[in-house]
Design a protein around this ligand. Structure first.
Ligand SMILES: Cc1cc2nc3c(=O)[nH]c(=O)nc-3n(C[C@H](O)[C@H](O)[C@H](O)COP(=O)(O)OP(=O)(O)OC[C@H]3O[C@@H](n4cnc5c(N)ncnc54)[C@H](O)[C@@H]3O)c2cc1C
Length: 507
């Protein structure tokens, strides 16, 4: 046999190894693409592959349902969202889907609010002079951001610094409540950590009021997976323990029950929190340039506490703010009885808690949380108020499949570093909301990252040697889009070496 023919045969063998042949029902554990995680990112990735005619994928999901952080439940005879409560921002895929599916929602009205002090006084009027300083300080922050965006030589600064430049010094409980209601409630973090350059307030936000829950959008994204012929495309209750990518042509994913999956490409969509806690073992360890970026980004803590009461003792405003000497101590409540929401429904308050207070609350028994909130509400509304007759506390921070609520852009990261966060490592690709530039922290970010990575994988299927990768093996942050790199070269050389060894054996 001529050498050229032997090489062709070897390449064909390599090709077969790289592309496992599936049974008609896809019930085996080998696929061209393994999608790890069935949240917004994973489901959108599946959809993008499907639309491109590639159905040879398996979604591997630890939970007993898909949807990830988009989840809802029944509480006090109501549908309540456990994760995202708002569809945002206004120009977004999520809002488009919400409209397309006619899911009911209502724009939040942040002017409908009351500030109540611990002694029961309504101190809303006292906020007027403070907002006169806060408004211009926020404007100054916006101007500084514009300057940074226009001139890359101007370094980023924290929102805290930018606000201070604008004259905002939050040294009273009322200052802190005002600030929390704008910044922490949006970014899930204090202004100390958050980047001025890379974060922006979004426009109108739509509070989800639909009994079906926001998760309904996934029917539109990946409803095709419900068809019987796709029954084996989603594997639930499969908790990924390790991702072994040392082989040049395939990746082995092993779950905690010992099941082994083999894929040509693997897309990891796990949250930043999961990756930061090293809950999944990469073999070999992820290179330092990747590990450093994963750990530089910020995973926020954001806890929702729903409380039902036998009767309503609060007013009709949509938001109830609690100025406290202790920053973030049960700082704000959403009133489900506000006009346009559920004025005749079960009396229900939702406490939104962020940052360290959220971490503390999630770690304690819910009875303690209930007692603390009741004490706060007694201070605000008097001793005669009824006790809560139900409580539901979310556990995103404790949950081993999320380890936090959503990502935030910290001041120490640059746009160029961000490029490394979403770069592949060999055949392992990275999606998930945290990797979505401009949309991190949102459902949109998840969806967009899934599409982005599926597109990359499709490109790599065409020609792996040209498969995009954004960075060198260094801790430097390069301009986005650079593609020449050591990793790709290494993989290419390894393939050639393997081919030569096989040729020599054959001869
Ligand atoms: C409290 C809260 C409030 C929020 N508010 C908003 C909001 O108002 N608006 C908005 O747009 N967004 C909001 N978000 C953010 C939004 O929910 C997320 O950005 C988005 O849902 C993330 O999608 P994803 O696919 O990237 O990640 P995920 O939804 O986390 O999907 C990843 C999947 O991987 C699975 N997984 C993890 N580990 C393993 C493992 N070892 N093995 C197998 N599977 C695993 C998980 O179970 C999960 O299903 C909020 C989130 C929270 C928690």
């Amino acid at each position: 046999m001529a050498v050229r023919a032997r090489v062709a045969l070897l390449l064909a063998i390599l090709g077969v190894l790289a592309c496992p042949v599936r049974g008609a029902d896809y019930s085996d554990n080998e696929a061209r693409v393994l999608i790890l995680g069935g949240g917004a990112a994973g489901l959108q990735a599946a959809r993008t592959l499907h639309d491109a005619g590639v159905d040879d994928f398996i979604i591997i999901e630890a939970a007993d349902r898909v949807g990830g952080r988009v989840a809802n439940t029944q509480f006090a005879n109501m549908n309540v969202e456990l994760g995202p409560t708002w569809a945002l921002p206004e120009v977004s895929r999520t809002v488009d889907l919400v409209r397309q599916l006619n899911l009911s929602h209502r724009a939040s009205d942040y002017d409908s609010l009351v500030f109540r002090a611990d002694n029961g006084a309504d101190v809303t009027d006292q906020t007027d002079p403070l907002y006169e300083v806060f408004g211009p300080a926020k404007e100054k922050l916006g101007l500084l951001r514009d300057q940074m965006k226009a001139d890359s030589d101007i370094p980023d600064m924290s929102q805290r610094s930018a606000l201070r430049v604008g004259g905002w010094i939050p040294d009273t409980a009322l200052h802190r409540a005002i600030e929390w209601f704008d910044f922490d409630i949006t970014f899930g973090d204090t202004p100390e950590t958050t980047s001025t350059k890379e974060t922006e307030f979004i426009g109108e936000e739509y509070w989800m009021t639909d009994a079906r829950g926001l998760k309904e959008i996934f029917g539109a994204v990946a409803g095709f997976l419900d068809a019987p012929e796709y029954a084996n495309h989603t594997r639930l209750n499969q908790d990924v323990a390790s991702i072994d990518y040392q082989n040049d042509i395939s990746v082995v994913v092993t779950t905690r029950d010992g099941t082994r999956y083999i894929g040509e490409y693997v897309l990891v969509t796990f949250s930043l929190g999961v990756l930061q806690h090293d809950l999944v073992d990469f073999v070999p360890d992820l290179p330092e340039w990747k590990d450093v970026e994963i750990n530089k980004f910020q995973m926020t803590a954001y806890t929702l506490v729903y409380l039902s009461f036998p009767s309503k003792f609060w007013g009709d405003e949509e938001w109830i703010l609690h100025p406290s000497d202790r920053r973030g101590y049960y700082p704000g409540f959403f009133n489900f009885q506000a006009a346009g929401f559920y004025p005749n429904g079960t009396p229900l308050l939702l406490a939104l808690i962020t940052g360290d207070e959220a971490r503390r609350v999630e770690a304690q028994p819910s009875a303690d949380t209930k007692a603390e909130i009741e004490a706060v509400l007694r201070g605000m509304y008097g001793d005669a108020i009824p006790q809560a007759d139900g409580i539901l506390v979310t556990d995103w921070n404790q949950n081993p499949y999320t380890k936090g609520a959503f990502s935030n852009f910290p001041v120490e990261v640059t746009t160029e570093c961000f490029d490394k966060l979403q770069s592949r490592v060999h055949r392992v690709f990275f999606g998930g909301e945290a990797t979505s530039y401009g949309y991190f922290g949102t459902v949109d970010g998840g969806l967009r990252s899934g599409e982005r990575e599926a597109d990359k994988i499709l490109e790599c299927m065409e020609d792996f040697k040209a498969c995009p990768i954004a960075v060198t093996q260094s801790l430097e942050c390069e301009e986005a889009g650079s593609s020449a790199n050591g990793l790709r070269l290494n993989a290419f050389l390894a393939n050639i070496m393997l081919g030569l060894i096989l040729i020599m054996l054959y001869v």
